[in-house]
Design a protein around this ligand. Structure first.
Ligand SMILES: [Zn+2]
Length: 254
């Protein structure tokens, strides 16, 4: 039997800790980003609009229902709450959502490049791959419409010209996926700079996907699409342009 008061108190602690992590690790700037936890009884605890996620206190958090109506709190929820509510609607097993603007992963989103290459076994295990949702104006139904087809299949999504959203069975697992996405984006850039990306092959990825289901007990996310993840020998066109050899002056071009 869930004690609603204890459940809410634990969620408040988790959101404040994750807000501090997002800020300290520069995964957000200024008042960017938002975090939510699904509670029992159709309630959602979330972060306030227009406030640094590193400076929040418990009474800054806002309690809403699954339609976004405010139930309690002196501040207002972010207009990006609709994205969180969409994920809770489409994924009953999800209990926590994190949205941030991590610089490397958001760079991919701003460049129109999905993080969908089978470069790292751990990322294939954790996320399958990270698709890119088309651009939609923040805080409008347009954004939800671009996310809707992807949410049932993935646990982390790049949003074009915007940022990243991750979600999990707990808000801590959602947060750790955000760290994984950003770390993967940085490693992808390094491998690109080095000029060669040795992708895993289809057999290796298939084994990882089977291990993933056994390892994490997750079957709902990270369905393998034609390009998710992109594996060795199957790249019709490289997701990142090849690095050309230096043309005399030692400089590389992207
Ligand atoms: Zn945002």
């Amino acid at each position: 039997m869930i004690d609603p008061a204890a459940e809410e108190a634990a969620a408040r602690r988790d959101i404040l800790r994750i807000g501090a992590f997002l800020h300290q690790k520069s995964l957000v700037a200024a008042s960017d980003g938002n975090i939510s936890v699904r509670l029992s009884g159709g309630r959602v605890l979330t972060t306030p609009t227009s406030m640094s996620k590193g400076l929040m206190e418990s009474d800054d958090l806002v309690l809403v229902d699954l339609q976004g109506n405010k139930l309690a709190g002196r501040r207002n929820a972010s207009s990006e709450l609709a994205m969180h509510l969409l994920i809770y609607e489409l994924r009953p097993e999800i209990n926590g959502v994190v949205h941030a603007h991590p610089p490397a992963a958001t760079g991919f989103a701003a460049s129109g490049i999905a993080l969908n290459q089978a470069l790292l076994a751990e990322v294939v295990l954790a996320l399958g791959c990270v698709p890119l949702a088309e651009y939609g104006t923040t805080g409008t139904p347009e954004l939800s419409a671009t996310l809707r087809p992807l949410v049932p299949h993935y646990d982390a999504i790049l949003m074009a010209n915007h940022g990243v959203v991750t979600y999990g069975d707990s808000v801590m697992s959602a947060y750790f996926k955000m760290e994984t996405v950003e770390h993967f984006a940085r490693i992808s850039i390094v491998s690109h700079i080095l000029g060669r990306q040795n992708l895993l092959g289809r057999d290796e990825v298939d084994k990882l996907m089977i291990a993933r289901q056994r390892y994490e007990g997750i079957t709902t996310a990270a369905a393998l699409g034609a390009n998710c993840p992109v594996v060795r020998d199957e790249r019709a066109a490289p997701a990142l342009p090849a690095v050309a050899p230096a043309a005399g002056n030692g400089k590389r071009r992207w």
